[in-house]
Design a protein around this ligand. Structure first.
Ligand SMILES: NC(=O)c1ccc[n+]([C@@H]2O[C@H](COP(=O)([O-])OP(=O)(O)OC[C@H]3O[C@@H](n4cnc5c(N)ncnc54)[C@H](O)[C@@H]3O)[C@@H](O)[C@H]2O)c1
Ligand SMILES: O=C(O)CC[C@@H](O)C(=O)O
Length: 413
């Protein structure tokens, strides 16, 4: 159990993977100056060392925060994923330690959709091969196998934020959009939801993956799924590297079953830009390979920096957990002037709230506002009282942390 009543300077923010400088500016303007910044991901031992005194960590997709690493971070109170995906964090491990995880669910949506559409057009026109040949001094002026996007069937797997944005952009080019999703989704424009992935694969000229990484999506496109696709069709993946079986894709390209592919994400990605990258796909001129840059535009990264840093700063300042992906969500007002705010994060078991309220009642303290949010695993309670002396507040904090079931407690004002 951890007790915190820290000054802003005692809150160390560890920012990795070159998150946009807008994150630093946002934290500094919120009064947080204790920031350790790294351009790349850290090795495991470096990460563990840097996490010994960090209260907040900001990562992108390359840093894997496993249970072991989370458990070995004694002060860690909040995690910011400066991206959409949160699969790189063991969310359950963070939850049971009372650590909310925040992300930026929309800030790079448009960037990914634009890149995918551009790749679809380039592959339909066989530009990657023509470009590779021209770089080798070969003039290959051909119309064979080159097609317009207009009138082609685009099959989107995963019709969430990115899939649906892509749908709108593709329709503006005159493409026919079909999608498959495990949920029933509102089709935008003239898009049509298809009830099985098999059917979608069979009818699409281009298949684009936009699902999260989870147990249902690992290798969801393997040999048998590629066999179901149209001969000469195109496969695009800008979701997660685990979603496509790279070996099966390699075979399909060798057999000319597919006319091309665009792959932005890989089962194993280099930790930094200085580390080597290898893939069996490197040998194909008709595969566009990009280093996980679907969301890497200045616009997206700047917005993500501001969005996630703001969420971490707000959590530290007020306890607000709105839009945390693993935690009960509480949107909290700044407490009234002259209040003290206590926070208790506990296992969601009977009796904890009663014990907390009894504790304040026994001290003769009037609770002016109380916010409680729970989920299946944890309870999150925020208590505002009329401001008490520092000694009294610290005494109360110790008692609050001793309430049976408590994971962590902190005093904000
Ligand atoms: N390449 C990049 O730089 C980049 C950038 C942003 C996001 N991403 C990845 O793209 C993914 C999608 O992003 P999003 O914002 O659209 O997510 P989202 O959560 O809005 O949408 C995901 C959709 O996939 C559906 N889905 C889940 N499991 C499925 C399954 N087994 N079969 C079919 N559909 C399924 C969901 O119902 C949902 O509609 C993210 O999880 C992230 O991993 C990559
Ligand atoms: O910036 C990154 O490393 C990840 C980008 C993308 O995959 C996301 O999940 O938003």
């Amino acid at each position: 159990m951890v007790v915190q009543a820290l000054t802003k300077d005692e809150n160390k923010f560890l920012l990795l993977e070159g998150v946009h400088p807008s994150a630093i500016e946002t934290l500094k303007s919120a009064g947080f100056n204790n920031i350790e910044y790294h351009k790349g991901a850290l090795s495991r031992s470096e990460l563990e060392a840097a996490l010994k005194d960090a209260r907040f960590i900001g990562i992108r997709s390359r840093t894997h925060l496993t249970k072991d690493i989370i458990d070995a971070a004694p002060k860690l109170a909040g995690i910011g994923c400066f991206c959409i995906g949160t699969n790189q964090v063991e969310l359950d491990a963070a939850t049971v330690k009372g650590i909310p995880v925040f992300n930026a669910p929309f800030s790079n949506t448009r960037s990914v959709a634009e890149l995918v559409l551009a790749e679809a057009i380039l592959l339909l026109r066989r530009v990657p091969e023509a470009n590779a040949k021209a770089h080798q001094g070969k003039w290959n002026k051909l119309a064979t196998g080159s097609h317009e996007a207009r009138g082609k069937n685009l099959g989107i797997i995963g019709y969430g934020h990115i899939g649906s944005q892509l749908s709108v952009l593709a329709e503006s080019l005159g493409m026919n959009v079909y999608f498959y999703d495990i949920e029933t989704k509102l089709p935008l424009g003239n898009a049509k939801q298809i009830s099985t992935m098999k059917e979608l694969l069979a009818m699409s000229d281009i298949v684009s993956m936009h699902v999260p990484e989870n147990s249902t999506t690992i290798k969801m496109i393997g040999k048998s799924e590629i066999d179901m696709m149209k001969s000469g069709s195109i496969l695009i993946n800008a979701s997660r590297g685990s979603v496509i079986d790279i070996e099966a894709l390699t075979q399909a390209l060798e057999n000319n079953k597919l006319s091309g592919a665009a792959i932005d994400v890989f089962p194993s990605e280099p930790a930094t830009n200085n580390d080597p990258f290898e893939s069996p796909l490197c040998k194909f001129d008709n595969v566009i390979i990009t280093p996980h840059i679907g969301g890497s535009t200045s616009e997206a990264q700047e917005n993500i920096g501001i969005e996630v840093a703001t969420k971490l700063a707000k959590y530290s300042d007020t306890g607000a957990t709105l839009s945390a992906v693993n935690f009960p969500e509480a949107s909290l007002p700044i407490p009234a002037k002259g209040s003290s705010r206590f926070i208790n994060i506990h296992h969601n078991q009977p009796g904890v709230l009663t014990a907390i309220n009894t504790l304040f009642a026994e001290q003769g303290l009037n609770i002016s506002a109380q916010y409680l949010q729970t989920d299946a695993k944890i309870g999150y309670v925020v208590i505002d009282i009329d401001r008490v002396e520092q000694n009294k507040a610290e005494e109360l904090l110790v008692k609050l942390k001793n309430v049976v079931g408590t994971i962590r407690a902190r005093l904000l004002f």
